[in-house]
Write a protein that binds this ligand. Sequence first.
Ligand SMILES: [Zn+2]
Length: 199
Amino acid sequence: MSEVTQSVTQLVDAFARLPGIGRKSAERLAYHILRTNKAEALGLADAIRQVKENVRYCRVCYNLAEGEECGICRDVKRDRTLLCVVEQPRDLLALEQAGTFRGLYHVLLGRIAPLEGVGPEQLTIEALVSRVRGGGFREIIMGTNPTIEGDGTSLHISNLLAGLPVEITRLARGITTGSVLEFANKEILADALAGRQKF
Ligand SMILES: [Zn+2]
């Protein structure tokens, strides 16, 4: 790669920083972009720009949104007494694709992971507690991943919510412990929701 131009090197470096992309793959992608027609390549650049300029976190639930609030929070047909707590927007998406949950969500934007230096204050837990304190919910469903860290996060939150007049439940364990929601299939997620149990 010693004879490539600076622009190409920059592109390879940028690809190589993406998760799961090694140096060889980054070079392959860069050369693919060089060969591809201009409209297509600039379309990719535009899509990245649009996502960075237009997409932000919903000010209510921290799902991805274009505008102040996400489509789910704005949807008047959702059941506003049910709240499902998930780790990431992609977990929310997996549950939405299962198609059975009609309540609202709260996205934590991570999980408590002491070994990685992630404490409760780095998540949206405070916003969650004040949201629940605001009233109107009858059930909070813990939809964190069935991992040690996901379970620990749910436990922490349920302790914070103890004493508030809401029922706290968690997804049934049709989901194998240690697996993650985003890779579970629709049927398993629908079952996990239907069979949820008291926390
Ligand atoms: Zn929202």
